[in-house]
Design a protein. Structure first.
Length: 217
């Protein structure tokens, strides 16, 4: 067998570009939110602006420096409803603006809320959905007590009282809480697919300098 034929039979060696780095799926980012979002007022497609608080490293090398803009948009939204049903919404992170001004497409989702600038801490579900709390324990106790109270007042049996109580509860029990985060909140994001970053793009653009003045005679 010729040397050429032997070379053709061998698998091609994998090539790596030393000028690129891959940030793997599952990497966690800590962000500061600059947009107030609320399941009552936000609409699908509304832009969500954040900045990266801590640098992201790959193999002990910082690939994404802190301070980068990481933006996204509101995905699904459902306003809080009656009977204590909380609202929810999702955030889809879709863009990183690199130091040289290049915008890189990403896919990321919300993982947690470290602190909410508006107070309270909404839940984050397994699919990254931000959820407002439902009725409190005190409100639920009031809901359970309604049928008995209605029945006693009307002098009717427990079955009729239960039905009447359900109607009354719809008016007595407040709406659930909206899913909401104020600008300034600290949140976590998970990268949902690998992202390849050109290392040259992580270097800030050099500031333009004015040409030197010609000395006057």
């Amino acid at each position: 067998m010729s040397a050429l034929a032997h070379a053709q039979d061998e698998p091609a060696a994998a090539t790596t570009d030393d000028n690129e780095s891959v940030v793997p799926e599952g990497t966690e980012f800590k962000l500061q939110l600059h947009t107030t979002i609320n399941s009552k007022s936000s609409k699908p497609g509304d832009r969500v602006l954040t900045t990266l608080l801590d640098p992201v490293a790959v193999e002990d090398q910082d690939v994404l420096p802190k301070g980068l803009r990481i933006d996204g948009h509101v995905g699904e939204v459902k306003e809080a409803g009656r009977r204590g049903k909380g609202g929810y919404l999702t955030i889809v992170f879709d863009t990183v603006e690199l130091p040289n001004g290049e915008k890189l497409a990403i896919l990321g989702s919300l993982t947690e809320v470290f602190s909410n600038a508006g107070g309270g801490t909404p839940d984050v579900g397994p699919e990254g959905e931000l959820k407002g709390h439902g009725a409190s324990t005190k409100e639920r106790v009031a809901l359970v007590a309604v049928p008995a109270a209605v029945g006693a007042a009307a002098g009717v049996g427990p079955g009729i009282a239960l039905a009447a109580g359900g109607i009354a509860a719809a008016y007595i029990l407040p709406r659930g809480r909206q899913a909401a985060l104020e600008a300034g909140s600290l949140i976590g994001m998970r990268l949902d697919r690998d992202v390849t970053v050109a290392l040259a793009a992580t270097t800030p653009k050099p500031e333009s300098q004015a040409p030197p003045k010609t000395p006057q005679p």
